[in-house]
Design a protein. Structure first.
Length: 213
């Protein structure tokens, strides 16, 4: 028969840990209370033994110890732990032997201005990001406009060149046609003059034939 595997229980370990911490805390409190009671009893009890006289009196080992007082219990330095709010989970885990009831940890208590500061910081970051995106978009649009303007300027120059070339070609055609018309007009004028001369000669010949007949 196989041995059953031993499973770990985190809840049981937490309970044992809290129990151990509570036991240590209770032992520490009892020790401090016992020390305080012993110090009070030593200070309250009057001396009942009389001082011995003569040879029976013990010689003190050190004369400087005669004027010393009973040592007072050591004062512990105040712990830096702060008081937890009521209802905080697992207060025993954060227990302290000498808590300061006047101090309150700001990490454990709600702060009204914290959310406002967080919101203002978030709004500032979002605003900076939005402005940065707007600046990048406007720069991109300006670049597109410049590129489109250069492209349109190129087409505009080409259009102007084409228009000028067409105008020059049209002027050349008109000049050529004018020259042809002028030459045709001169030819027609010469033909008309020749026709007039032929008619005159015909008239003379007809008149001469009639006179002879």
């Amino acid at each position: 028969m196989s041995r059953a595997r031993k499973t770990k229980n985190p809840k049981r370990r937490r309970r044992e840990r809290r129990k151990r911490i509570l036991q240590e805390y209770c032992a520490l409190v009892d020790q401090q209370a016992a020390q305080a009671d012993g110090a009070e009893q030593d200070s309250a009890e009057p001396p009942t033994t009389a001082l011995p006289s003569g040879k029976d009196a013990p010689v003190p080992e050190n004369a400087s110890t005669e004027g010393q007082k009973t040592p007072s219990p050591e004062t512990k330095r105040q712990c830096k732990h702060r008081k937890l709010p009521v209802g905080f989970p697992f207060p025993s885990l954060h227990a302290c032997s000498s808590p300061n009831p006047l101090s309150q940890d700001r990490l454990y208590y709600p702060r009204p201005g914290k959310m406002e500061r967080q919101y203002l910081g978030f709004q500032r970051r979002v605003t900076s990001v939005v402005y940065e995106k707007i600046a990048k978009g406007s720069a991109t649009l300006d670049k597109w406009k410049r590129d489109a303007g250069a492209f349109m300027d190129k087409f505009r120059r080409q259009e102007e060149e084409e228009r000028e070339s067409l105008e020059r070609h049209l002027r050349r055609i008109q000049e050529f046609q004018n020259l042809r018309l002028q030459s045709h007009q001169r030819q027609l004028d010469r033909m008309a003059q020749g026709l007039v001369m032929v008619r005159k000669r015909c008239d003379k010949l007809s008149n001469a034939g009639e006179n002879t007949g």
